[in-house]
Write a protein that binds this ligand. Structure first.
Ligand code: ATP
Length: 354
């Protein structure tokens, strides 16, 4: 329904480059999640797509229709002309209207007849599981229900693209989980494309077809959740997605074995094999905490500085000789304590140049 193409989009506010030369494509029916530290440009990006902010450069098109292109003479399309719906973090449900009036408002503005409006409101309320709530006022709704009203109001115009700016962040954990699966269901049912902004890692990993990781206005990696986790582009992505351990490393030789692996060394004398990548002699290894396990006879040793019990696992903080701090997640019954030495084996790692 909605193929979105962003090409070299840029936006500056005074000295701040909020979005820098950003290009990406969201395919029909895909759910893209945008993540990144606070202030990296996520909301600015969404607002440019919605039409609330004009980019300084680049172009945005949806289904072959140019929404905005500052280089061309064409006027940018107004937000209401874009076939784009948006739901914000604040519920933005009008308190003086009941649920039906809130959801039907966009149709009223377009002067749609009463009978047709009623039919569409009723169908949309079913989609967000709010049928039966037509006459409730906003203050009689829970936070989750109010957010469903905002979602229904965005969906009633049958947009090709739905933009979600942290709509679940004010909800409690159980409700967030429920809304996540409902949004996925809406995506499948309506075949709609969705861009979701979130600070929630689980949400990004579990809901998305693709994830865009941004930092300081730039797109750092645009990939599937699997590839982001398994093959991060650099140490920023490795730390931001799943907080990997980052360990300075050196290649021990240029030889690539038959499985496409190369040998690298960390801490001077511990060697391991990692998938080959082009790059320099010195680099970094990204290692997930559960890919390091206690191993008494290992050449890789460190001192335990902390221990956190999580129930299904225990997380140890371990300091290597060179000063690097590691997080090691141990399932079951390893009995090390702070102050003691721990030998470790790394079972999987990814080479990074920076
Ligand atoms: P958060 O996760 O905190 O919501 P974000 O990634 O959505 O942040 P943006 O709101 O897009 O970030 O802001 C990107 C940068 O642009 C920030 O440095 C912000 O201060 C700046 N910025 C955003 N809007 C404006 C504005 N209207 N005027 C001036 N600077 C702005």
């Amino acid at each position: 329904m909605g193929k979105l193409i962003l090409s070299h989009v840029a936006k500056r506010f005074g000295k701040v480059e909020a979005v820098k030369d950003l290009s990406l494509t969201v395919e029909n029916g895909e759910l893209l999640t945008v993540v990144g530290p606070s202030g990296c440009g996520k909301t600015t990006l969404l607002r440019m797509i919605a039409g609330f902010i004009l980019p300084d450069g680049g172009s945005i098109s949806l289904n072959g229709r140019v929404l905005v292109d500052p280089m061309s003479r064409a006027f940018p399309l107004m937000p209401e002309e874009r076939d784009v719906g948006m739901v914000f973090q604040s519920y933005a449900v009008w308190p003086h209207m009941n649920v039906s009036e809130n959801v039907g408002y966009p149709l009223k503005v377009r002067k749609m007849g009463k009978a047709e409006t009623k039919e569409k409101v009723s169908a949309t309320l079913k989609t967000v599981h709010l049928d039966g709530y037509e006459n409730r006022m906003a203050h009689e709704l829970s936070g989750g229900q109010q957010q469903r009203v905002a979602l229904a109001r965005a969906l009633i115009m049958k947009p090709d693209l739905l933009l979600l700016d942290e709509p679940l962040s004010n909800l409690d954990a159980a409700l967030r989980e429920e809304m996540r699966s409902e949004i996925k269901e809406i995506q499948r049912e309506l075949g709609i494309s969705i861009i979701n902004v979130t600070h929630d890692q689980t949400e990004a990993m579990t809901m998305s077809d693709k994830v865009a990781v941004m930092d300081q206005g730039s797109l750092i990696q645009f990939d599937t959740p699997y590839n982001l986790y398994e093959d991060p582009e650099n140490s920023f992505v490795a730390k931001f997605i799943g907080s990997a351990n980052i360990i300075p490393a050196a290649r021990s030789s240029e030889a690539i074995d038959q499985d496409g692996m190369i040998r690298v060394t960390i801490e001077g004398d511990y060697t391991l094999k990692v998938p080959h990548k082009e790059g320099g002699k010195e680099g970094l290894l990204a290692v997930r905490s559960h890919h390091i396990q206690p191993h008494e006879g290992s050449a890789l040793r460190g001192t335990i500085t902390g221990k956190l019990y999580h129930g299904n696992q225990t997380e140890y903080q371990v300091q290597l000789k060179g000063g690097t701090m590691l997080r090691v997640s141990v399932p079951g019954s390893y009995t090390g304590n702070p102050g003691e030495s721990m030998g470790m084996e790394i079972t999987k790692a990814v080479w990074l140049d920076n």
